[in-house]
Design a protein around this ligand. Structure first.
Ligand SMILES: Cc1cc2nc3c(=O)[nH]c(=O)nc-3n(C[C@H](O)[C@H](O)[C@H](O)COP(=O)(O)OP(=O)(O)OC[C@H]3O[C@@H](n4cnc5c(N)ncnc54)[C@H](O)[C@@H]3O)c2cc1C
Length: 357
């Protein structure tokens, strides 16, 4: 991990280490066995039960506690103001408002309904419904936005075929609006599964892209295969805490691998996305594409909502394609946690202000 000691932050952030009064105050939502996905983050959630399989209903019933997965209203209230910098809001209306503000400055977006590692079909079904609604809103309101999602939010841990059916539904709805779906890359336990899933899905739906993490040793091979397929790749450094057997650990090495992979993608790839806030990599991309006469329309920069907004506007004003990842929803904690891990100043800010209250 970069920036701050991983173990210190993990200790601080693990919900089971927080006072019992905070963690245990959570009312268990009726009939909801896994990660709490607020069904009201999107309006018009449709047919949640249509996705439920008997196997899932029984595994949900057997789950002992929500303590680790759900966040109490108090914890939510304490931390959400800090997360607000990185999260557009809890509802789709707030997210659409953020998209409109960004679109007005020439920046396109990708909407992310926050959530991951869902363990019951009801939660996965709610997430699917949110994505369908997001795609409908994008089309109806003429927004410059696509969507990004995580396979574990779509039920990958529940059943692969079920997850595949969910993804197919989202890709079809996106295709109907001439839109596009990006599959985020999660921790290394999911790399192989996600890529295999993606290869199958891409065989059926071409409006879907994937993410490659430059810190992984395997990424060179994956990028070559994806280029051969004509798949669209978002390249990022990687946000998870991975062992040295799987991932580069030092920033100079990660940057170098990022540049190697970006060069391949920019030369031979299909409209790659260069997802970074790192000035070294942004400058390198600008210089490399100018030198190689790669037109600005052949790739895009991507950044996260709330991170380096001035640079986002500057790149757009310089004629580069700029897309911002706009997350929203009630399940914001793991995402917020990763943003804190990336920068020790963020942790210090939260801690200082939390204890000042
Ligand atoms: C659009 C997009 C999609 C992504 N999708 C994935 C994904 O699917 N899977 C995955 O593993 N990772 C994903 N990431 C995260 C990525 O892997 C990195 O963890 C993250 O972008 C930080 O790396 P960096 O290249 O920006 O460089 P860093 O060296 O981390 O940051 C460079 C500079 O950017 C600023 N900055 C960076 N992060 C923060 C922050 N959290 N708060 C405040 N300032 C910050 C600081 O000024 C910092 O000095 C995504 C990133 C982006 C931009």
């Amino acid at each position: 991990m970069r920036g701050i000691s991983a173990s210190a932050l993990d200790e601080w952030f693990l919900l089971e280490k927080l006072p019992a009064s905070i963690v245990e105050g959570t009312p268990r939502p009726a009939a909801l066995g896994g990660v709490v996905h607020d069904e009201h983050q999107c309006r018009g959630v449709e047919a949640l039960h249509a996705f439920e399989s008997p196997r899932q209903q029984s595994s949900a019933a057997a789950r002992p506690s929500l303590a680790k997965e759900a966040m109490s209203p108090l914890l939510n209230q304490l931390l959400f103001p800090f997360a607000r910098r990185f999260v557009a809001g809890r509802t789709i209306d707030e997210a659409v408002a953020a998209v409109c503000r960004l679109n007005a400055t020439g920046i396109s977006t990708t909407l992310d309904v926050l959530g991951e590692n869902v363990s019951d079909c009801r939660a996965a079904g709610a997430a699917v419904a949110c994505y369908l609604e997001a795609l409908d809103r994008i089309q109806k309101e003429g927004l410059h936005s696509n969507v990004s999602l995580k396979l574990t939010q779509m039920g990958l841990d529940i059943d692969r075929d079920y997850c595949f059916a969910n993804l197919s539904r989202i890709c079809e709805r996106a295709a109907a609006g001439n839109n596009y779906v990006r599959i985020d890359m999660e921790g290394s336990a999911y790399t192989e599964k996600t890529l295999n899933f993606y290869y199958n899905l891409f065989g059926k739906h071409q409006n879907v892209g994937i993410v490659i993490q430059a810190y992984l040793h395997r990424s060179g091979q994956d990028v070559r295969r994806l280029i051969e397929l004509g798949a669209r790749v978002r390249l990022c450094k990687g946000a998870y805490n991975e062992p040295s057997s799987l991932a580069l650990q030092a920033m100079p090495a990660i940057r170098q691998n990022f540049m190697n992979l970006a060069a391949l993608l920019l030369q031979k790839g299909n409209y790659p996305a260069i997802a970074t806030h790192d000035d070294v990599l942004i400058s390198w991309t600008k210089e490399y594409t100018a030198q190689q006469q790669i037109a600005q329309e052949r790739f895009e920069f991507q950044m996260l909502y709330g991170v380096r907004a001035a640079t986002q506007r500057q790149l757009a004003a310089q004629g580069y394609r700029m897309r911002v990842y706009v997350p929203f929803g009630t399940h914001w904690l793991p995402y917020f946690y990763r943003r804190l891990r990336e920068r020790k100043e963020n942790v210090a800010f939260v801690l200082r202000n939390l204890f000042r209250k």
